[in-house]
Design a protein around this ligand. Structure first.
Ligand SMILES: Cc1cc2nc3c(=O)[nH]c(=O)nc-3n(C[C@H](O)[C@H](O)[C@H](O)COP(=O)(O)O)c2cc1C
Length: 431
């Protein structure tokens, strides 16, 4: 667990910094907080003291009862300079919210309060989560200041688009959700630790220049406007893969099927619901990617004609024999087939995981093969260089079907509806 120094500057979103402290301490991180004088007009220090369990400082001239120590450390015997000791002990320094004024001061290298002095003295990763009115954020001065800070190595957790604090205002400038900011801190820590382990060829940049496409989560196939066939995939595996690839310098696109997780910082996310939407998103992204990681749990079949409204009981044919089968991918070449390469780090494991076998036979009546049968992985992460795509054919299907009848594992994949579900007296609620 890490030592996180949190700087709070003056803006409406300062109250969300409290949530960041709560999340960080709940995850076991040790947190110290410094505030600008202006931020105290939005949130007082008592709340930060209570949540962090440590003194909160505003001025570099006030005494620190903890002598610059984090809650997991013993205080130094002497009285150190707070602006030096706090950042020397911190693993990461994150400023939430970062006001336009503070961003400008940091870009100019000013050190006129404790928060900005700490930023100048920090050798650990520096993260900024800007939050302000959209005109302030889009102003050329703010953008130039952010550019300057990025060029110096600061990580900017981009604000979100949405409703802003001032009445009727909408646009870019909402503070990133605290969970996203914390994820960015963890990611920065991982990248800095990886970077410290090796030189130019460290894991921190081992995927630099590569474009990685990741699928995650579980698709849902509507039976009618209320019910769907789905699965309980959380998407955690795919999100961890995306985060790890991004931390190693890759440009990552994440196709997320029904995932309720925060997007890893620096990752481009596309949300999808059904298998065909997932297939479409992948087909669009695939030509630009070097590496494809398929961690989504994708439906094999989709109802041929989903009912309108809510049918009381799906037809027996829908439920009587729904098997986990899939055909495969027949996409073209990736952006650069020669640069496509296997994943070689953990997570995931060093060896690529085997794809599931690809069975195919006629779908049950009322069902059609899902157009996303492009994904060979089901619940486990599978690495595939896009050049190794396979095509479904009736002949290979027969072979696989034969294999399936002799394999207990395959047989266990067949799902059957419990007898009582077929009872006409019970209404069926499949998902
Ligand atoms: C009600 C109110 C809300 C404000 N909200 C923001 C804000 O969200 N973002 C911002 O950059 N400045 C905001 N400001 C302006 C800052 O508080 C002001 O620039 C201040 O000098 C920032 O000081 P600091 O960067 O030292 O904390 C707000 C001011 C007021 C009065």
């Amino acid at each position: 667990m890490a030592r996180i120094l949190l700087g709070v500057s003056g803006g409406i979103a300062a109250y969300k910094a409290l949530e960041l402290v709560r999340l960080a301490t709940a995850d076991g991180h040790a947190v110290r907080v410094v505030q600008t004088p202006a931020s105290q007009r939005f949130v007082g220090r008592a709340s930060f003291v209570a949540l962090s369990g440590a003194p909160v400082l505003v001025s570099e001239f006030e005494r620190d009862p903890a002598h610059g120590a984090f809650p997991d450390q013993s205080p130094a015997a002497h009285e150190p300079f707070s602006h030096l000791e706090l950042v020397a002990n911190a693993d990461v320094y994150v400023i939430v919210p970062a006001s336009a004024n503070t961003i400008a001061k940091l870009a100019a290298g000013l050190a006129d309060n404790l928060l900005s002095s700490c930023a100048l003295a920090a050798r650990c990763p520096l993260l900024l989560a800007p939050a302000m009115n959209n005109h302030m954020y889009e102003h050329a001065a703010t953008q130039a200041n952010l550019r300057t800070l990025r060029e110096r190595g600061a990580i900017v957790v981009e604000p979100e688009v949405g409703r802003l604090a001032s009445k009727g205002e909408h646009g870019v400038g909402r503070l990133a959700e605290p969970a996203r900011v914390l994820a960015a801190c963890v990611q920065a820590l991982a990248a800095s630790a990886a970077g410290a382990e090796g030189g130019a060829h460290s894991a921190g940049s081992s995927l630099h220049g590569l474009r990685v496409l990741v699928t995650a989560g579980g698709t849902r196939e509507p039976i009618d406007s209320v019910r769907f066939i789905g699965n309980s995939s959380s998407g955690r595996m795919g999100f961890a893969l995306a985060q790890a690839a991004q931390a190693r310098g890759a440009e990552v696109t994440l196709v997320a099927a029904n995932v309720a997780l925060a997007t890893p910082a620096g990752v481009t996310r596309r949300d999808v619901v059904t298998a065909s939407e997932l297939a479409l998103a992948c087909e669009e992204e695939f030509p630009r990617c070097d590496v494809l990681l398929m961690a989504a749990a994708v439906a094999d079949f989709t109802p041929a004609a989903p009912a309108n409204g809510s049918s009381r009981r799906p037809s027996a044919s829908v439920w009587s024999s729904c098997s986990n089968r899939r055909a495969t991918c027949s996409w073209g070449s990736p952006r650069s087939a020669t640069t496509a390469r296997r994943w070689s780090a953990s997570p995931p494991s060093t060896a690529p995981m085997p794809s599931r076998s690809h069975a195919a036979s006629s779908p049950p009546s009322g069902w059609t093969r899902s157009s996303s049968t492009t994904s060979p992985a089901r619940t486990s992460a599978s690495m595939s260089t896009p050049t190794r795509s396979r095509s479904w054919s009736p002949r290979s299907a027969r072979t696989r079907a034969a294999r399936r009848t002799t394999s207990p594992r395959r047989r266990s994949n067949t799902c059957r509806v419990p007898a009582r579900r077929r009872s006409p007296k019970r209404s069926s609620t499949p998902s």
